[in-house]
Write a protein that binds this ligand. Structure first.
Ligand SMILES: [Zn+2]
Length: 144
């Protein structure tokens, strides 16, 4: 792949990035906000389609502030976001604020982690995993 198309999570503009220089050009050409910073992005009903419509796989953590396993899992998710860099986009969806997204994906038990490729859900897992287990699961899910 010579070029990677990614949607800006802030203004939704499509950015075409040369794959080999991906890490150099981390800001949106339109609004100058960071496209991929190695940190999870807040997913909302507004930016969700743009986020999952990108070329790179998207990992989504459906969580809520009152859920202690979710809060405990947050540093694991953040560490994986940092480990995977630009290759994978990490998104957090607060199911309390974004009830329409939680309903759309039938989220009943959290944390619920879903992997999307080309806008399609390819894998899902419930419950907080330790780092090594989460990385293993991600490897398998991303290979699908
Ligand atoms: Zn932008």
């Amino acid at each position: 792949m010579d070029q990677l198309h990614t949607r800006c999570p802030h203004c939704h503009a499509v950015n075409r990035l040369p794959a080999d220089k991906f890490s150099d050009i981390a800001n949106c050409g339109k609004c100058k906000e960071p496209l991929l910073s190695g940190k999870p992005i807040e997913g909302t009903a507004e930016n969700f389609e743009a986020l999952i419509g990108s070329d790179q796989p998207v990992v989504i953590d459906f969580w809520a502030p009152w859920c202690s396993p979710c809060v405990g899992f947050a540093p694991v998710f953040e560490q994986s976001a940092q480990n995977r860099g630009e290759a994978v986009r990490f998104v957090k969806v607060n199911t309390e604020d974004e009830q329409s997204l939680a309903a759309r994906f039938g989220i009943r038990s959290i944390p619920c982690i879903m992997v999307f490729k080309n806008g399609e859900a390819v894998d899902v897992i419930n419950g907080a995993l330790p780092q090594s287990h989460f990385e293993q699961w991600l490897d398998t899910a991303l290979a699908k």
